[in-house]
Design a protein around this ligand. Structure first.
Ligand SMILES: [Cu+2]
Length: 660
């Protein structure tokens, strides 16, 4: 560790135009001494924390145990997942419906855990879809996606899903400003300044069941909203968004959106917005967005297209939005546990500005403004500024907090994490990362009560770190022990897709509530077979419905005849097990979608259109018992003109059947 300070200071002279990553020279690249023991969790022992990590361009969210770095689960959210049949089973397909139809992929950047009184409560984790703007809620009883809502008037949903301290709202700011859906979008791109707008979405969350509803949007000037965080404690009721491209450029943003010395942090008084909403100051506009809900009783998702949204105009309603100047091309926008300090991180900035919430309120009160930007007052920089962290590093991106008065900021360009004190703004420690760190995570680090034992850095590049795997290498997470004064690297581990952002929480807040199986008596799926005696096959025109059961180690029925070319076959498979961790799988030869993976007590449906005459084996794909390999059956498919009657059986031994 002794070289680190010297090395990191050395990197400060690297020209800022070098916005590619650099590997810190001579940096300590090993976990030294007995440090690795701190990450060791013995076989059979539980980890202390759950870590929810975005899968970036995989569209999924992964769950790791900390401190071991063991991958516990990949939760399918916005992308189809053959492992779980998500987006393949008829029951789950509606989850991926949008106003553009079925969209089976997206780009998930930020997990956000629900909070009560500003503390992580372990009930839900939210995730965003950047590309086709959506926000998902995952239920942490089942670790499954329970709900997805699409966002109208938006593009590149980056600055989401951030929540208020009682999960009153999940908030989403558009990254790409676009012409609103309710206006003609067929305009020249060059008319960006007049026709493009930025919308902030406020999604209301039902405190009882978590159900989401798009309560309102705030229309803002056409800039790029990047990240956001809610106020807390004294600043509860406010939201802070970083914005870049205040130049309102529409081409070559790498140059054209880096012209100004300062862009902005947008401070939004959402309590005031609520008042205006109640007073009827919003206007209803027509649009179309999907709202998809997974019902745990029917084990089936439904999708509804909604047609209306209420817009509050920040230009007309003068006291809901204020801009604070922030150097330069801000990315992260983080609020400390007290709610007083708002940290802006300019990707191209040489300092980290720390704003004071009290000073900001005073500046608003005294109208200490530098004019306005597109109708929104701009607070004077010095009037809102608490102070600047001088010469912190290169390319500050994101800041997390330990609740003991310290902040930890990631530096993409100089590949390091820098610890600094919030009160005196002095740098306390630096640790190299490998390499090009983006987000950081301290469990509870954006709440009022961080559990600051570990810090995890999520890195974009892993050259030299692991065995090569061809032209593409894994991205990674690096775990630091931050219980002492100095950060200590104790583990790094590869991650799935891009580990963009992550949040963590004590295992105890989640594991006690884990669902072990679904009660078969409560299964309300329309095609359930609640016992082997209920298994059957029915024809409805050219549809064949197989009500199938699965239990260790056979299906019922396991022989089906009388299916004809031109038929559409639906296998409704009910897993009759009432035991933890005994899923069954189902696959049939030639099916063009995927398998099913059916949890105990659940019913899931595979749609199959046979394309050939013949015998088609089907089998259980999830190793369920010693006789799992024997869990199989056959479907006979006959020509369309065939007279083979529809029949099915289980356990019928070989006699010479009629050939027909
Ligand atoms: Cu099985």
């Amino acid at each position: 560790m002794k070289n680190v300070t010297k090395v990191a200071l050395g990197t400060l002279i690297v020209p800022i135009s070098l916005m590619v990553s650099c590997k810190p020279r001579n940096a300590t690249n090993v976990v030294s001494g007995d440090a690795a023991q701190k990450a060791y969790v013995a076989p059979g022992k539980y980890d202390e924390f759950y870590n929810f990590v975005s899968g970036g361009f995989s569209g999924q969210m992964s769950v790791y145990g900390l401190p071991s770095g063991r991958l516990l689960r990949v939760i399918p959210v916005f992308s189809i997942d053959p492992e779980k049949g998500y987006g393949y089973s008829e029951e789950s397909k509606p989850m991926l419906n949008t106003s553009h139809g079925f969209v089976p992929w997206d780009d998930l950047h930020h997990p956000e855990l629900s909070q009560t009184n500003g503390e992580v409560d372990g009930r839900w984790v939210f995730g965003n879809a950047n590309n086709t703007p959506r926000v998902a809620r995952i239920d942490l009883k089942t670790f499954r996606t329970a709900e997805i809502i699409e966002l109208p008037n938006s593009g590149g949903n980056h600055s989401s899903p951030f929540i208020t301290e009682n999960t009153e709202y999940v908030v989403a700011g558009t990254r790409f400003s676009v012409p609103p859906d309710y206006q003609d979008g067929d305009v020249p791109i060059q008319t960006y300044k007049s026709n493009f707008k930025g919308h902030l979405s406020f999604i209301k969350v039902d405190p009882g069941n978590g159900n989401m509803d798009l309560a309102f949007q705030i229309q803002c000037p056409g800039v790029n909203f990047d990240l956001s965080h809610a106020g807390k404690n004294k600043s509860h009721g406010w939201f802070f968004f970083s914005c870049y491209n205040t130049e309102q450029a529409n081409t070559l943003l790498e140059v054209n959106a880096s012209q100004r010395d300062k862009d902005f942090i947008l401070a939004v008084n959402w309590k005031k917005a609520e008042e205006y909403l109640k007073a009827g100051k919003g206007k209803k506009v027509s649009t179309a967005y999907a709202h998809n809900v997974y019902n745990e009783k029917t084990h089936t998702a439904s999708s509804e297209i909604k047609r209306e949204v209420i817009i509050l105009d920040s230009k007309e309603l003068k006291d809901i939005c204020y801009f604070i100047p922030c150097p330069k091309s801000p990315h992260g926008c983080d609020v400390d546990p007290s709610g007083e300090y708002i940290v802006g991180s300019g990707k191209l900035a040489a300092v980290i500005p720390v704003f004071s919430f009290d000073k900001m309120l005073k500046a608003i009160d005294q109208k200490a403004f530098d004019g306005d930007y597109d109708g929104i007052p701009v607070i004077k920089y010095e009037a809102a500024l608490y102070g600047e962290v001088a010469k912190p590093g290169l390319g500050p991106l994101h800041t997390e907090f330990d609740g003991k008065g310290n902040a930890y900021t990631s530096f993409f360009v100089s590949s390091e994490v820098v610890k600094w004190n919030i009160k005196d703004l002095k740098v306390l420690d630096r640790a190299s990362t490998f390499y090009s760190v983006g987000h950081l995570c301290i469990p509870g680090g954006d709440s009022k009560k961080p559990e600051a034992k570990y810090l995890i850095a999520y890195n974009k590049i892993t050259k030299d770190r692991y065995l090569p795997t061809g032209p593409e290498l894994s991205q990674s997470a690096q775990l630091f022990d931050i219980s002492g004064d100095k950060m200590q690297l104790i583990l790094d581990f590869p991650t799935i897709g891009e580990p963009h952002y992550a949040q963590g929480v004590s295992a105890a807040k989640i594991n006690k509530n884990s669902t072990k199986f679904f009660k078969i008596d409560e299964n309300e799926n329309a095609y359930v077979a609640k016992g082997e005696g209920k298994a059957k096959v029915e024809r409805k025109g050219n549809e064949v419905h197989v009500y199938m059961t699965a239990i260790r180690s056979h299906f019922a029925p396991d022989n089906i005849e009388g299916v004809k070319m031109g038929d559409i076959v639906y296998f409704h498979v009910t897993n009759l097990e009432q035991d933890w961790d005994v899923p069954h799988g189902f696959a049939v030869k030639g099916a063009s979608n995927a398998e099913l993976l059916i949890m105990p007590g659940e019913t899931q449906t595979l749609k199959w259109v046979p394309d050939k005459v013949g015998i088609f084996p089907m089998y259980c794909t999830d190793f369920c018992s010693a006789l799992h390999q024997e869990m199989q059956g056959y479907v006979r498919v006959s020509p369309a003109s065939s007279k083979v009657p529809l029949s099915y059986s289980t356990g019928k031994t070989n006699t010479e059947p009629a050939t027909n």
